[in-house]
Ligand binder design. Structure first.
Ligand SMILES: *Cc1c(COP(=O)(O)O)cnc(C)c1O
Length: 322
């Protein structure tokens, strides 16, 4: 329906986790979007297939994006820009945070990992001092303006590639796994992954639980807004609202980009039962939620963990307290 640049090897694998499933009393499966086959894997590859097709059609010469130093999105869009011969500038903070909550305390994955890969993909990194997400957005706007004034055709990309087209990629992805699930558990942050999956299955099984990687209380509103924009994009009225999105904020831990104790336990548990790796910022917190929800009988039956990637951050060196 929309132009697409093939970047990923799709469909990604989907397989059971029998040992851990038996321990938890679940029919537990994992959808391996950590294995998209693109630039180290992760959920952003799917969004970028559509976003970059649009950028190409518009004749974009430079992409300006933003995120943390260890952003998986920056890494994947940097690689996508390489594929299309588009320049890429990333405005990054070591630790962007929600203004209402202030900077979280704890070790922050900083050097190595995605930061190293960004350099390999030729991303122009502009590091700015830590601050709020609003300050990060303002710095990205300023960088975009600068390049525009220098005569370039610039595209300022939304955070995490979360737009109607980004969500569309996940509405499509939902078809790869069918509807025979009771629950789907997925990490959520900028929101278009959960928006697209939730939109695809609206009014049907499975029930999607998004586990937030940051404390921002308005995330469900943002996700609903993306879902409504998807209505407009595809011309199909689902008119979803905040109440249609189950977003859990109890597993954020200290805050965005700072690993949590429960997340660390989840990483070890999955590694030592199934040989499967999670990242410290998103998927470990989502999987910690799955473990707690299974223990509380809040999820049961056929449960699909949608693995959104983030492996490079496992190899990042941390700084800060802890
Ligand atoms: C970006 C990201 C997410 C969150 O996806 P959104 O669509 O931004 O909500 C989850 N996990 C990983 C590893 C990510 O990089």
């Amino acid at each position: 329906m929309f132009a697409r640049v093939p970047l990923c090897c799709l469909p990604t694998p989907c397989h059971p986790l029998p040992r851990l499933g038996a321990e938890l009393g679940l029919d537990l499966w994992v959808k391996r979007d950590d294995l998209t086959g693109f630039a180290g894997g992760g959920n952003k590859g799917r969004k970028l297939e559509y976003l970059m097709a649009e950028a190409k059609a518009k004749g974009v010469q430079r992409v300006v994006c933003s995120g943390s130093l260890q952003s998986n999105f920056v890494r994947q869009i940097g690689a996508a820009c390489s594929v299309l011969g588009i320049a890429c500038t990333a405005v990054v903070m070591r630790l962007p945070y929600d203004a209402a909550f202030g900077p979280p305390v704890g070790p922050v994955p900083s050097t190595g990992g995605n930061q190293l890969l960004d350099l390999l993909f030729g991303v122009e990194i502009r590091r700015v001092p830590d601050g709020s997400w609003e300050q990060l957005a303002a710095a990205a706007e300023a960088a975009a303006r600068e390049h525009e004034e220098a005569g370039e055709q610039v595209w300022l990309v939304p955070l995490g590639g979360s737009s109607a087209l980004g969500a569309y990629a996940f509405a499509q992805a939902a078809r790869e796994v069918g509807e025979d699930w009771d629950f789907v558990v997925v990490a959520t942050s900028s929101g278009s992954t959960q928006a697209g999956l939730g939109w695809a299955w609206h009014g049907r099984r499975p029930h999607v639980i998004g586990v937030s990687a940051d404390p921002e209380p308005d995330l469900a509103d943002d996700i609903a807004a993306v879902a409504v924009s998807l209505d407009d994009l595809v011309g199909e009225r689902k008119a979803m609202s905040v109440a249609d999105f189950d977003v859990r904020r109890d597993w954020v831990g200290p805050g965005y980009n700072v690993p949590s104790g429960k997340g660390r336990e989840a990483i070890k548990r999955l590694a030592r039962t199934e040989g499967l790796l999670l990242d410290p910022v998103y998927t470990s917190k989502a999987f910690a939620a799955l473990l707690d929800l299974a223990a509380a009988n809040e999820v049961s039956g056929a449960v699909l963990f949608w693995h959104t990637g983030g492996l490079p951050v496992v190899f990042a060196q941390s700084d800060g307290a802890g």
